[in-house]
Design a protein around this ligand. Sequence first.
Ligand SMILES: [Zn+2]
Length: 282
Amino acid sequence: MKWQGRRGSNNVEDRRGMGGGKMVFGGGIGGVVILLLVALLGGNPGELLNSMQGMTGTESSAPYEETAKEKEQAEFVSVVLADTEEVWKEVFEKKGMQYREPKLVLYTGSVQSACGAASSAVGPFYCPGDQKLYIDLSFYDELQSKFEAPGDFAMAYVIAHEVGHHVQTLEGTMDKLAPLRQKLSEQEYNKYQVRLELQADYYAGVWAHHAKGMDILEEGDLEEALNAATAVGDDTLQKKGQGYVVPESFTHGTSAQRKRWFYKGFKTGKMEQGDTFKAGKL
Ligand SMILES: [Zn+2]
């Protein structure tokens, strides 16, 4: 991706080195299970994190000393966020809607959000409660090593996916889904959760479509994003993690589905064709 020397976003909130404090899980084992659910490109609606208790921490006043690599990664994230602002502002305007830009919080280790406390183990996430994205830059390396999805555009996809959840929040989709969580069994709710996640992938693709139009994509970028979308599919992760697949427990969709919806968004560039809730085949 051509990102160097380009405009960064004003919406980055740097909380690195502040320490989120000690994390206390409300639900014992339950809390741990929830944490696992949130993990892996979670970006989940707030309720999951809500069940974790707040934390008591002290903030250090010393400024965070970033390495040259971290500085570059932070700049990259900021440029990608700025690109998403540009694209979604335009897309929303065309629909007669107004895009409210989300904030992006950089943190190290653990962080406090309106959705509760979280550690970097959950991966990047979006909290609808405060409309902020939370990213520990160490995920950039994890993407390459653990998920085997290298490349800057793989990381751009991750950011664009979380921004996709912000778009869903502005559209009111998050609010519509929230009551279902109380009403349905976990297994039933997961089906909605998968559609929510696939739509976020679709929106990431819509963004990538416009990024291509802005001439900031390089050779191999699309493949990096498709590879990343494939790498974080529930079936692939479960096979890797436990050796077998439990489809009822899927929360994000299979590798094939994630790749397909991202690519569909990339092809069309239009929000309208991303209604995963109405789609017969995912
Ligand atoms: Zn997500």
